[in-house]
Design a protein around this ligand. Sequence first.
Ligand code: ATP
Ligand code: MG
Length: 654
Amino acid sequence: MNDKSIESLLHEQRKFPPSDEFISAARLQPSAAEALYAEAAADHEAFWGRLAQQEIHWETPFTDILDASDAPNYRWFTDGHLNVSYNCLDIHLAERGDKAAIIFEGEGGDQRRLTYRELTDAVSQFANALQAQGVSAGDRVVIYMPMVPETVIAMQACARIGAIHSVVFGGFSASSLRDRIIDAGAKLLITADGGFRGGHVIELKAAADEALAEGCDTIETVIVLNRADCGVSMQDGRDIWWSDAIGGHTAICEPVAVDAEHPLFLLYTSGSTGKPKGIQHSSGGYLLNAKLSSQWIFDLHDDDIFWCTADVGWVTGHSYVAYGPLAAGATILMYEGAPTVPDGGRFWSICQRHGVTIFYTAPTAIRALMKFGDDIPAQYDLSKLRLLGTVGEPINPEAWMWYHEVIGGQRCPIVDTWWQTETGAIMISPLPGTTPTKPGSCTKALPGIDVDIVDEAGEPVTSPNEGGYIVIKKPWPSMLRTIWGDNDRYIETYWEKFQNRYYVAGDSAHRDTDGYIWMMGRIDDVLNVSGHRLGTMEVESALVAHDRVVESAVVGFPHDVKGEGIFAYVVLRGERPSGDEEPALVAELRGWVGQEIGAIAKPDQIRFTENLPKTRSGKIMRRLLRTIARGDEITQDTSTLENEAILDQLRGKG
Ligand code: ATP
Ligand code: MG
């Protein structure tokens, strides 16, 4: 093992093949999966070209599959023309016009159902309204909305007329919204008076007004949906109610055909590792991977009810709520509120009542729901579930096993899907009817996705359990095209590390002897303890495997002897320890980690806290924790913290 590589110390042995029953009904049979891998390996470009022809309705067919003349600014299917909304909606009308496209449940229990025909009409009518407000192809539209059907309608309506949307998560503050509006140079903002979350009304229009009060000169119009009836002020000449905006418009709107490379949307990354970047996605290539991955990984059949719990403010809500499953003709479920209203059984109650068959969520949600105990899910009938998925962070084997046993009744394959805002669609994941899963591994790259793990020199790491950089060696259709307004940053961030040869994801990973990929955390978070480079994920997983630990986050801090020491923040089941109990538990946990993965990984310091600081998308803010562990002054934006009071606990003062 070379001294620059990252060591893996965690060894998970359990393996779960899909059941015969699952395999026999799988949309992608093992033999077909094998054929796809072989086809992609034989001719990467021809593979994507064939699928693009097969899966997408082109207004003008493309002749050029991949244009690499400006690499690493790759272009796909450049001379083809299409409309994304047509491909998600109109295309289904003949066969599935009366099938539910969206089943919606509000936090308060209100429900709606929109068929494909109704959704197409609503999108067309709203697209007409946007045009009437002067929006045309290429204009940017910012969407700052709760998780309601109108949000998907707004996105699809932009796609229908070629406007570029940028969805800003409704949990973001006015200043985050303002930064994104300014960076995108948006012409129109779509928002709601408020939305329901956690038993409260989130006042979106008020936040939007605050954002617009300064510097957002490009905004001409604000369309406001009345969702919460919470009373807002409307600015004359700028603000218009959604219902008035669509008034008088027909439900017929000819889809505008755009170039395959025309930007479909901008989405700002969550900023957990720095200033948000406006990730720019294309129309043709993006749609292709979003649709195919929905079909391959979520095994969508005509009678499935697919629930991806992600907010549309995140890329997951773009690819697996607003676009992929609709392109695949599926029924999606949308839920507006928090998983804990009225209690920790809400998700399971929704699954039971709506007959959800495929459920896709984040490890942070799984751990949070696990905290409530097994009795709560046991009260619900979860027998319709047949496939489970996770995304957003590495899932520790303990949480995986709970998901598998308590939620999936040991019968549902779990697809642990690795991808990023930048990749547009899932890159690494089990194929549920084909790939035996291992708790904590996202298994293998999808057909046509050329993933490798390389060392500092860009050479593939060869020995199992040696970690390195995750790279993607060949361009793929849904890759980001650039960072909006900053192509230099695009090249610097994703390509320069290995001389523009590979896309560099910024995560570390290793491969086991079966070739399975295990994510180890972000490269920026790698610890260097006495010359050993360790990922954060494994130490965290070992801690969580202890009975009393629910969640943990591990960061490095300067250490006189070892170079870097390990600082672990730990959330316990129940109360934080007091008095003598604390040092005793610290000693026990250190011993435990030593036993689970080795003495080198024993945390030097452990601090108990009631919560971990997370971004609004539920990711642990390790940069903030590092600052605190080092005793440095906090310079990060902490306004997105759910609970600012925990800062004192994290500092050891609460
Ligand atoms: P920023 O780039 O601004 O820091 P972010 O990386 O949190 O934001 P996303 O694009 O939503 O924003 O997240 C992608 C990252 O999430 C990946 O790079 C990886 O670190 C993590 N991730 C996503 N899915 C998985 C998974 N299945 N296993 C492990 N890590 C995952
Ligand atoms: Mg990222």
